[in-house]
Design a protein around this ligand. Structure first.
Ligand code: GSH
Length: 199
């Protein structure tokens, strides 16, 4: 039985999960969530994820929330050492960028897009300041590295790419960050890559 993703197409966090499954050839049943009607805040979804958020990932008896946690599970269950190696240093390097995805990227390009595209009431000037800071840091790092965590693509790249590549929908284009734009282009060339509207 295929694993299930409770999904919202425009969500960068849901896209991460769809993308990793596509890259690994993992069959996925997509269950669209009526987000505008607040289906994620009501039973049965709130019983699966009491945080009232998507994505939610279901694999048999296993239910997971949080896109980073889901990427870890998929990488270790269906991938191999390549996507999430377990030696101490590699794991720490990947975890470092998973945290950046959840923190700096979410607070920056993620929130700028939530404001512009979805009408969330938040401080978009502040979000764009956060975006400039993290994209500047990423650009410097990617001037000397093809991939974020290791010398090859890992779930660090998959976790960080969606909100960065979709930032233009929140007034955060990648034009000032050519090394970041080149990294996104490299991800798009990976065998099995799938896009999403805006990427
Ligand atoms: N840390 C979570 C965050 C998930 C999240 O914020 N999901 C958004 C959609 S992209 C959501 O469901 N928000 C609830 C809401 O706005 O009502 C993850 O990475 O999956």
């Amino acid at each position: 039985m295929a694993a299930k993703l409770y999904d919202l197409e425009p969500s960068g966090n849901c896209y991460k999960v769809r993308l990793l499954c596509a890259l690994l050839g993992v069959p996925l049943e997509i269950v669209p969530v009526d987000f505008l009607a607040g289906a994620h805040k009501k039973s049965p979804l709130i019983d699966l994820n009491p945080f009232g958020e998507i994505p939610i990932f279901e694999d048999g008896d296993v239910v997971l929330r949080d896109s980073q946690a889901i990427l870890i599970y998929i990488a270790r269950k269906w991938g191999n050492e390549a996507w999430l190696p377990l030696d101490a240093l590699s794991l720490a390097r990947v975890a470092d960028w998973l945290m950046v995805a959840e923190n700096e990227i979410e607070r920056g390009p993620g929130e700028a897009r939530l404001h512009d595209k979805f009408g969330y009431k938040l401080d978009v000037i502040e979000a764009r300041k956060h975006a400039a800071r993290v994209l500047g840091l990423m650009n410097k790092h990617l001037q000397h590295n093809d991939w974020l965590a290791l010398g090859r693509p890992t779930i660090a790249d998959i976790a960080c790419m969606p909100c960065v590549a979709l930032g233009h929908e929140g007034g955060v284009p990648l034009t000032p960050y050519p090394a970041v734009a080149a990294w996104v282009a490299r991800i798009k060339k990976l065998p099995g890559f799938i896009g999403t509207p805006g990427v």
